[in-house]
Design a binder for this molecule. Structure first.
Ligand code: IMP
Ligand code: MG
Length: 177
């Protein structure tokens, strides 16, 4: 049995939206520089594509947190597996995440990062699934608002697979071809 994946947003649509987000962020932070905090592993591909479209000075750091194992349901427990390499003091921080689902991860993370003395902390998420929200999270920049479905591609995985897909697809686990 193989997983069935149906296209939700094509490669062209995702690339176009990432370009728009980069332009919007560059306008909003004009005259400043931003410090991107990308959340491993899911946000890496999005963060890399996004920074290429940002025209103001950018620095990047990475953090790894886990709230999911290989399952598709959030445990509600967030653990920091790898913290940032650099302090956030005085920086305009933009957290870049793949998806806001229940909000468990981001509500914990934003709270944690806001205590580190930065000038500001904002959130940019490629995808937002508001129907699934359990905790309130302010998403400052959203790529796409999507329905309650499990999606893969552009960095998002199902059991660590499909991060490399250049488009975003809905996965139906173990569906027959
Ligand atoms: P939350 O804490 O429930 O908001 O979920 C955060 C994490 O769950 C995301 O950073 C993803 O890694 C993962 N996740 C949630 N929904 C999906 C999905 O549809 N596809 C792949 N990963 C997902
Ligand atoms: Mg993630």
């Amino acid at each position: 049995m193989s997983d069935k994946i149906s296209v939700l947003y094509t490669e062209e649509q995702v690339n176009a939206r990432v370009r728009e987000l980069g332009e919007e962020i560059s306008r909003d932070y004009a005259g400043k520089s931003i410090h991107i905090v990308a959340i491993l592993k899911g946000a890496t591909i999005f963060a890399c594509e996004l920074v290429k479209r940002i025209t103001i000075p950018v620095t990047m750091d990475f953090m790894s947190v886990s709230s999911y194992g290989d399952a598709t349901e959030s445990s509600g427990v967030v653990k920091i597996n790898k913290d940032l390499d650099e302090p956030l003091e005085g920086k305009e921080v933009l957290v870049v995440e793949d998806i806001v689902d229940t909000g468990n991860t981001l509500s914990y993370l934003l709270d944690n990062l806001q205590k580190r003395g930065s000038a500001s902390v904002k959130l940019c998420a490629l995808l937002n699934k508001p129907e699934r929200r359990l905790k309130d999270v302010k998403v400052d920049y959203t790529g796409f608002v999507i329905p309650d479905a499990f999606v893969v591609g552009f960095g998002l995985d199902y059991a660590q697979k499909y991060r490399n897909l250049p488009y975003i697809g809905i996965v139906e686990p173990g569906a027959d071809d």
